[in-house]
Design a protein around this ligand. Structure first.
Ligand code: FE2
Length: 268
């Protein structure tokens, strides 16, 4: 058996140790043809056990780093092997005549099966985790650049006001318009992200509570509730959208209740 990229678990140190381990068990397997005396077999096994012990601790440290969900179970597999091989070494030391072919076969099979099957679970988990981290980093970048773009637009408006080229009312009106447009550009299926942006701007004193309300109202006024509800995919987004209309008294309680019931009916 030879190591190939599909065995990678996403950690260079552990991968190179797996290569080494596969190489070692291969050598041990071929040395069987030379009819090893128990001392030679013991020495070879001892070397592999020491190497494996060292390798297992590196692999376990990596599993901890990535928060591998089957860490405890995997550690048990490692400990079991160490115990089994340590018992074999003790038997050899006490002069027990063990079948070297069986011993080597046991060890070779264990290492290969473990690297091919069990360690692959670590690789799959690590790749999934890396993918999720990349996705959330990408999302964070998009959020930051969107917010930065709004801040730049608002700075530009502020500059016009400072130069006395527009009045304070113009500035406030354009500010509301800019942020209501941001919600529109994001679309109804990203309403939660848009509201998060507004809360962020509120926390940074870019807008005040009244302005937040004015922005949402300006956005909702240009939106068709029934049409919007049919376009929204997620039930959470549908309810948030509907609740916004109700919160700002743009629909009656009865209308709110009946539309909410319609949305909830789709859950069952
Ligand atoms: Fe392992």
């Amino acid at each position: 058996m030879e190591w190939d990229q599909s065995f990678s678990i996403g950690c260079d140190i552990v991968d190179s140790q797996h290569k080494e381990l596969i190489c070692l068990v291969d050598q041990l397997e071929s040395s069987l043809e030379n009819r090893l005396v128990p001392q030679q077999l013991g020495a070879a096994l001892k070397f592999i056990v020491n190497y494996t012990r060292h390798h297992f601790s590196a692999e376990e440290a990596f599993m901890e780093t990535i928060g591998f969900d089957e860490l405890e179970n995997h550690k048990k597999l490692h400990n079991n092997l160490i115990k089994e091989v340590t018992d074999i070494l003790l038997s050899l030391k006490h002069g027990e005549n063990l079948n070297s072919e069986d011993l080597v076969k046991f060890l070779v099979d264990w290492v290969l099966k473990h690297v091919q099957e069990e360690d692959q679970k670590i690789g799959i988990f690590a790749r999934k985790k890396k993918h999720l981290a990349e996705q959330s980093e990408c999302k964070l970048k998009a959020v930051n650049s969107r917010r930065q773009l709004i801040l730049t637009r608002l700075e530009k408006l502020k500059g016009l006001f400072k130069q006395k080229l527009i009045e304070i009312e113009d500035f406030k009106e354009q500010k509301v318009k800019t942020l209501a447009n941001m919600l529109k550009e994001l679309g109804l299926n990203q309403l939660r992200a848009g509201f998060d942006d507004l809360d962020y701007f509120l926390s940074q004193d870019v807008i005040c509570k009244n302005e937040r309300k004015a922005i949402v109202v300006a956005f909702l006024q240009k939106s068709d509730l029934q049409k919007g509800l049919s376009e929204i995919i997620e039930i959470e987004d549908k309810l948030l959208y509907l609740r916004s209309f109700h919160e700002f008294e743009m629909i009656t309680d009865n209308k709110f209740d009946s539309l909410k019931a319609e949305i909830l009916d789709t859950v069952c």
